[in-house]
Design a protein around this ligand. Structure first.
Ligand code: ADP
Ligand code: MG
Length: 810
């Protein structure tokens, strides 16, 4: 028996599996590597159930790293089954069945060919009811909730339960957390008041039906409402004609096109009028091929009344004033009565999410001491030499921030500073100065980056700048071989390495610093809470510097980063020419290619970024691969390379290094270049399927060019008719303005789920515009922290909501 603790562990596993799948099974679903996460889970389970049988988990843990994404996907399915069976048997008070260990891998389709051989369940000595009560308060407060398998819900059944499981939905609670992607307004409309381009529902009677044959069969129903006509249009769905014959009263919903005399509705839904149907504001969920939004909607609707039980109010009455009740918020976020009540529900949930995050962060931080940091003020001459070697003059902002940093570093209080500066504002130079100050004072400096590519990039530029000063720079990555790694680890431990760059590999236990004086985290928002604090715990109270391009309100910074001081790099280096940004449709491709040729003729380099196609890693890779091949055909004499997230570190390293050295003309990639990469000679950024990217992401991508003195260009390929987002990008280059516009564009219809901030712990909150809620949550969090005993329910719910293990290594 693994008990309640075990259930929590399995729950983390479940969420990590969902994240891993979402990221295309690249072993990146958990920062630090999914396989390492599994290792942690395994050891937790083994502790909880000494003689448990965890062979499946063990095998997957050992091999996961080496499998292909396809094999991994199958392994994840097995993990899910492992969880399910544990849960079911746990509920029945039995030990889970014993599995055969994994069969050898079949490279074609077999994947990790687990043959499941359930054997007689082992009788367990302890029935679940006699679970010893936990010793601490939090344990006692946790009500043992029975696992609610979705399979037994009305309208679900084993098949659908499986489909739901594939998108990470295993329990009723998961359903509640599956927030709608957007909403549709289904209030019935008059034909006369329809507007081109809007989304609407119209009631009327079918008066004619026809099929127009062309490349696709176009089904057209003529629907009459009080003497006026509207056409309902479908593609290839000929059954519509039979299902809704002439004379049927219907309600048809979809996007309005009104360009000829009679308006058309490109239908997403049709119902017989009078049948029970959603009305008013209706949620739209992310769907999969076999699980439509409509089905999900009805399943969610079926569990709505469980909200009060699942989401008990935790705010004491005096704090609860002004907020929608918790359970009601969870109901309204799915089925709002009005846009107004949707807004209120969302506020309540954002508040709760941020509150819980703050508490979780606070608890983590409680373990980290912040005093007795070394005084780092002996690096002045190194720093001066570095400045003298720089090919440019520092901006005023850079100088100011560097001064702020040096002042902190000279202090035993310990620096905790966040430097925020838009893409291209020159954060790296600031970091370099800080590193030199540390090294000159006899300490080591470390810099952690969220991706291998970025870490490598930093490594290359640090090495180039620091070698001439006689410093030794090393780079630590997850993908290095053992012997490479051991050598580097030794250099770090003996102090031979002055400056250490790396990914989250830096925070693993095996890394022992000789004398870490400064810990820098780049592109901070990409890391989980746990990673953020881990680097600080290495060495003796190093000074901490974090760099980010995301504009963050002050209260929010408080939330996420605790007592960090803020520095703003609010000035761009001189002489930057604005990046010419243009939208292009497919028709413009040939002239674009001509332009690319001209640029390459001038010796410039080009990025071509292919979109991430949601839910499908394969399609994603295919789109990049196809583009790569077609470019090779188009430019047979040019050097073209393909880069994607699933490559081995060494491979990525080689390609990036070659691109950096100018040995590659066109770099075709998936979004791996998004963060921080710096190749000043690259002047053209081509973004394919630009409408698929978020505004913030597009801004980041564009920031990869325009880093040198040459005129740079960004082309947004998109066949989307009109896109305000792309227009905004063409109009401005100011990160703050773009963030603002982003808020405006995402109106009520897109309230949820865009998650562009990339802070992985938050499902709902949008940090750039929820400042007030963040502030309110901050106030309450302070009270809760000051008087934990007064708020037992808050802690209890917080534990259920967030667990730090599922975002970090354990
Ligand atoms: P980010 O803030 O996005 O991390 P980087 O530090 O990568 O930006 O800097 C972007 C580019 O600008 C680099 O090529 C860097 O060498 C250059 N750069 C940095 N500071 C200055 C400056 N003061 N003047 C001119 N170029 C600069
Ligand atoms: Mg950077």
């Amino acid at each position: 028996m693994i008990g309640n603790q075990g259930k929590i562990v399995l729950n983390h596993l479940q969420r990590a599996i969902a994240a891993e799948e979402k990221q295309g099974c690249c072993n990146t679903g958990v920062i630090g590597g999914f396989h390492l996460f599994l290792k942690g889970i395994l050891s937790r389970l083994e502790q909880l159930e000494k003689d448990g049988d965890f062979n499946v988990l063990k095998d997957i843990t050992n091999h996961y790293k080496d499998w292909s994404p396809l094999q991994r996907r199958q392994a994840l399915a097995h993990l899910r089954r492992f969880i399910e069976e544990h849960e079911e048997l746990e509920a029945q008070g039995q030990a889970p069945p014993v599995y055969d260990s994994l069969k050898p891998v079949n490279l074609e389709y077999g994947g990790p060919g687990i043959s499941k051989q359930p054997q007689q369940p082992k009788p367990s000595d302890i029935p679940p009811a006699s679970e010893p009560p936990g010793s601490d308060k939090k344990e006692r407060l946790t009500r043992p909730t029975p696992p609610r398998s979705l399979q037994f819900l009305k309208g679900v059944g084993p098949e659908r339960a499986k489909l739901l499981a594939q998108i990470g939905l295993h329990t009723v609670k998961d359903l509640f957390f599956y927030f709608p992607r957007r909403y549709e307004d289904r209030s019935l409309r008059r034909i006369g008041e329809l507007k081109d381009g809007e989304f609407a529902s119209v009631a009327g009677k079918v008066v004619a039906g026809q099929i127009a044959r062309g490349k696709m069969k176009v089904v057209k129903l003529s629907i009459e409402q009080d003497g006026r006509l509207v056409y309902g249009v479908w593609f290839n769905q000929t059954y519509i004609l039979k299902q809704f014959p002439v004379g049927t009263p219907v309600i048809v919903t979809g996007k309005v096109r009104w360009q000829q005399r009679v308006p058309e509705i490109q239908a997403t839904d049709i119902q017989k009028a009078g049948a029970a149907q959603p009305a008013g504001i209706v949620p739209v969920y992310s769907e999969t091929a076999r699980l439509s939004s409509k089905v999900i909607r009805s399943i969610v609707q079926g569990v709505l009344d469980q909200a009060p039980e699942l989401f008990p109010e935790f705010l004491p009455p005096e704090e609860g004033k002004g907020w929608v009740l918790r359970a009601q918020a969870y109901q309204e976020i799915h089925f709002p009565r009005s846009l107004h009540s949707l807004g209120q529900a969302r506020e309540r949930l954002v508040f709760e999410e941020v509150l819980f995050l703050q508490l979780a962060v606070a608890r983590l931080r409680a373990g980290v001491q912040r005093e007795n940091s070394p005084q780092l003020k002996g690096g002045e001459s190194l720093v001066q030499k570095f400045f003298a070697n720089l090919p440019f003059e520092l901006t005023h902002a850079q100088k100011r921030v560097i001064e702020e940093i040096f002042r902190d570093m000279a202090n035993t209080q310990g620096m905790a500073r966040l430097v925020q500066g838009d893409v291209g504002s020159g954060k790296t130079a600031v970091a370099m100065a800080a590193l030199l100050m540390a090294v000159g004072s006899g300490y080591q400096g470390a810099m952690m980056a969220p991706t291998e590519i970025l870490a490598l990039q930093h490594y290359q530029s640090l090495e180039a700048a620091f070698n001439p000063l006689g410093l030794h720079v090393v780079c630590l990555l997850g993908s290095q071989t053992k012997s490479e790694r051991d050598k580097i680890l030794a250099e770090i431990a003996y102090g031979k390495a002055h400056v250490i760059v790396g990914t989250h590999a830096l925070i693993q236990e095996s890394v022992q610093f000789h004398s870490l004086g400064l810990a820098i985290t780049d592109e901070q928002h990409r890391f989980g809470v746990k990673q953020r604090t881990s680097l600080q715990t290495k060495g003796e109270n190093p000074h901490v510097l974090v760099l980010t391009a995301t504009p963050i309100p002050r209260t929010l910074a408080l939330t996420l980063y605790g007592d960090l001081q803020l520095s703003a790099l609010d000035e761009m280096p001189q002489g930057r020419k604005p990046i010419m940004t243009r939208k292009l449709t497919e028709r413009g491709r040939s002239s674009l290619e001509k332009f690319m040729e001209e640029q390459m003729e001038k010796g410039r380099q080009i990025y071509v970024v292919c979109p991430l196609v949601e839910e499908s890693e394969n399609v994603d890779l295919i789109s990049a691969t196809e583009r790569f091949e077609s470019l090779q055909e188009r430019f047979p004499n040019r050097r073209i390379s393909l880069l994607h997230g699933r490559m081995k570190g060494v491979q990525k390293e080689e390609i990036m290094a070659a691109f950096q050295k100018g040995e590659v003309d066109i770099l075709v990639s998936t979004t791996v270049v998004e963060v921080g990469v710096n190749v000043p000679n690259a002047t053209v950024m081509v973004i394919e399927g630009a409408e698929r990217f978020g505004l913030a992401q597009l801004h980041q991508l564009r920031g990869r060019v325009g880093r040198g003195g040459e005129q740079s260009y960004c082309f947004l390929l998109s066949d989307a008719k009109s896109s305000r987002r792309l227009d905004v990008l063409c109009e401005t280059q100011d990160g703050f303005k773009i963030a603002e516009e982003d808020l405006k564009i995402r109106g009520a219809g897109e309230l949820l789920g865009t998650r562009q901030h990339g802070i992985m712990e938050l499902r709902l909150a949008d940090l750039s515009r929820d400042g007030r809620l963040v502030e309110q949550a901050y106030q309450l969090a302070q009270k809760v922290l000051a008087h934990p005993d007064r708020y037992p329910r808050v802690w209890q719910e917080c534990d259920q909501f967030f667990s730090l293990e599922d975002i970090g290594l354990h």
